[in-house]
Design a protein around this ligand. Structure first.
Ligand SMILES: [Zn+2]
Length: 332
């Protein structure tokens, strides 16, 4: 590592390469503070700045969106590269780790949702206040790739009735003055219920060594749909474990519940998720279901009122879970 090189170089934001003049953090000469007008404020290690000095990030718009969102939420971020030693604490990420903190934001409706969520924080929850957005620097708030895409998102939102008013700022024509409409505030409320920022899918399943391969198959289906599976090992089952499970459901984007063997705690978790407004993805092993069909009980209630996906083996289970998640998350 040649420290001199960094100082001789023009100091730029490592993400968007605009001039940001990273400066050393006090007391820690290996970490720099970057204050970029587009990506926001974050820290980066000296090695990160060097490793990525000429690198064009393929997912730049996602990185910028995440950094700006973390800024708005007052979460500090330190970026480090896989090279060199660095003692990790909370808020420290490699680029790969940072990208895992949000689900993919690709289509215009997902970008509109992101801008609405960020607008609420910018407005400090004040409906009726004016929101001033700059085409040249605010576009990461909508996870946009460019000013052009951001302009499209804003005009589309106006057309769709998300704005009560939208006009060019009197003193700066690259800025828009916007007021959110009731439709926008209603959508913001809706998004809070959906845990839309969560990357986690909870697995409710009986804990039994003979059923473990199916739990793993559900986890695999969740991974294939680009989410992080969360399941709780219930080997030493206690009430505190159930409480932990309910806490994790609260943080999850969705729940996949395996009804096989009709575990009491699985039904509690399903009920809890439904109470939060989630519609769990229900699965069951085909031979178990065949055996229990026609018998009265919870299973009959669920099969009459909800769609249950049956599976023959692990492979089929993984595919059905993945398909169900994709259908649900993308069909907003
Ligand atoms: Zn930047």
């Amino acid at each position: 590592m040649n420290v001199m090189n960094l100082h001789q170089q023009e100091k730029k934001c490592p993400i968007c390469k605009s001039s940001a003049n990273p400066s050393r953090l006090d007391g820690n000469s290996k970490i720099y503070r970057v204050n970029c007008s587009i990506c926001g404020e974050f820290n980066a290690t000296e090695i990160f700045l060097e490793d990525y000095s000429g690198y064009e990030f393929p997912k730049k718009y996602l990185i910028q969106g995440i950094l700006q969102e973390r800024n708005l939420k007052n979460l500090s971020t330190t970026l480090f590269s896989g090279n060199g030693s660095f003692k990790k604490t909370g808020g420290d990420f490699t680029i790969e780790e940072l990208l895992k903190t949000v689900t993919q934001v690709e289509n215009p409706s997902q970008k509109i949702d992101k801008l609405l969520e960020n607008s609420e924080i910018l407005l400090n929850h004040n409906a009726g206040e004016n929101l001033c957005l700059s085409l040249t620097s605010s576009y990461p708030l909508a996870y946009s790739r460019s000013e052009k895409e951001f302009d499209f998102i804003l005009k589309t939102m106006n057309q769709e009735g998300y704005f009560l008013s939208m006009g060019k700022n009197a003193s700066n024509s690259s800025k828009y003055d916007i007021k959110l409409s009731l439709k926008a505030w209603k959508r913001i409320e809706e998004l809070k219920k959906q845990n839309i920022n969560s990357n986690q899918g909870f697995v409710a399943c009986i804990f039994d060594p003979n059923h473990k391969q199916f739990l793993e198959a559900i986890r695999e289906g969740i991974i294939q749909s680009k989410f992080d599976p969360m399941s709780i090992d219930r080997e030493d089952y206690q009430e505190t474990i159930l409480e932990k499970g309910l806490g994790e459901i609260r943080k999850s984007r969705f729940v996949v519940a395996d009804l096989t063997e009709e575990s009491g705690s699985v039904f509690i978790e399903i009920g809890f998720a439904m109470g939060l407004g989630m519609q769990p993805i229900l699965v069951i092993k085909e031979d178990y279901w065949e055996k229990r069909k026609g018998e009265e009980g919870k299973l009959e209630f669920y099969s009459q009122n909800y769609k249950i996906l049956s599976y023959k083996d692990e492979q089929e289970l993984s595919i059905k879970v993945e398909t169900a998640i994709r259908a649900r998350i993308e069909s907003r």
